[in-house]
Design a protein around this ligand. Structure first.
Ligand code: C2E
Ligand code: MG
Ligand code: MG
Ligand code: MG
Length: 273
């Protein structure tokens, strides 16, 4: 009735409403790139010894007139399901590289930006080539970017070793996101050429009160040290967490305590020029 005369609603159950929402979101997300609705925010990663910032994580944002600010936790899985992650992922890689080039040209060298890669993107056999071409397009060294994958992705994919090795050969650093929450297996840490472990924020959240979380965090840090990997704690919000991580010799941290993810302009304003 609400849609007025001449409109018929064939769908009324909750499932169907959700399905319609799903179709609608797809329609809008499909046009998000050309309509300039996507944006990258950058979150600094802080060295816990020196206090210096040498790297950022790129986090995708979608602002749509109809849906407002949609969380990546909602639209990334959707993009993944519908295949839209492929063009969106390409846009992210291109946009980040373009920005890093701009930063370098304006004198902010030595910064690295971590890019999140989703399972479908990772499975696309052209990923190393795409990254290689984009680096060349902007005349950037491989040290300018890093990719983040999850444990589950390493487990799922047959030719994961080849893809990682190709990326590694290009000189791209590989980071394991949300470490400790997936199908953690020491086997792939041994097998795959990874560089960085990111301790999941679920272990950091209650670090001040949970001895179990302290034990797990400590163990991941030791593991990283012994294997010569970099280690970053995610989701650091409080000073007590920073102190504890420092006492555990955790190398880097990232979280609201230091900064929320912010626009490129804000990064430039704060850290570069
Ligand atoms: P992630 O890669 O594990 O990113 C960390 C998430 O934690 C981000 O959420 C970040 O904003 C949030 N965060 C950072 N510091 C804190 C903190 O101190 N406290 C709390 N509570 N949260 C904090 P965001 O930006 O909503 O992204 C969610 C997830 O979406 C990401 O998790 C990542 O898996 C995915 N994602 C984001 N951007 C991209 C992208 O460009 N491509 C792909 N494939 N996935 C992306
Ligand atoms: Mg990440
Ligand atoms: Mg994470
Ligand atoms: Mg995550």
């Amino acid at each position: 009735k609400d849609s007025g005369k001449g409109h018929y609603r064939f769908y009324s159950s909750r499932m169907d409403v959700e399905f319609q929402q799903y179709i609608l979101m797809g329609k809008h997300l499909r046009r998000a790139i050309e309509k300039n609705e996507l944006m990258i925010h950058y979150q600094p990663q802080v060295d816990l010894k020196s206090g210096e910032i040498e790297s950022f994580e790129a986090l995708l944002r979608w602002n749509n007139p109809k849906f407002g600010n949609v969380s990546p936790l909602k639209f990334i899985p959707f993009a993944e399901e519908t295949g839209l992650i492929i063009p969106i992922g390409e846009w992210v890689i291109d946009t980040v590289c373009k920005k890093v080039k701009e930063w370098q040209e304006r004198g902010a060298v030595d910064f690295r930006v971590a890019i999140n890669i989703s399972p479908k993107q990772f499975k696309a056999p052209y990923l190393p080539k795409l990254i290689h071409q984009t680096l060349r397009k902007y005349d950037l060294p491989a040290s300018a970017i890093e990719i983040e994958i999850t444990e589950t992705m390493m487990m799922d994919i047959g030719n994961v070793l080849n893809i990682l090795q190709e990326l590694k050969d290009l000189g791209i650093k590989i980071s394991v996101d949300d470490f400790g929450t997936g199908y953690s297996s020491l086997n792939y840490i041994k097998k795959f050429p990874i560089d960085i472990l990111k301790i999941d924020q679920s272990f950091i959240r209650e670090l001040n009160i949970s001895q179990k979380d302290v034990a797990i965090t400590k163990t991941i840090i030791h593991l990283a040290h012994h294997l010569d990997l970099e280690v970053i704690a995610e989701g650091v919000e409080e000073q007590e967490q920073v102190k504890l991580l420092q006492s555990l010799n955790c190398q880097k941290a990232q979280g609201y305590y230091f900064s929320r993810p912010v626009s490129a302009e804000e990064i430039e304003h704060r850290y570069f020029y």
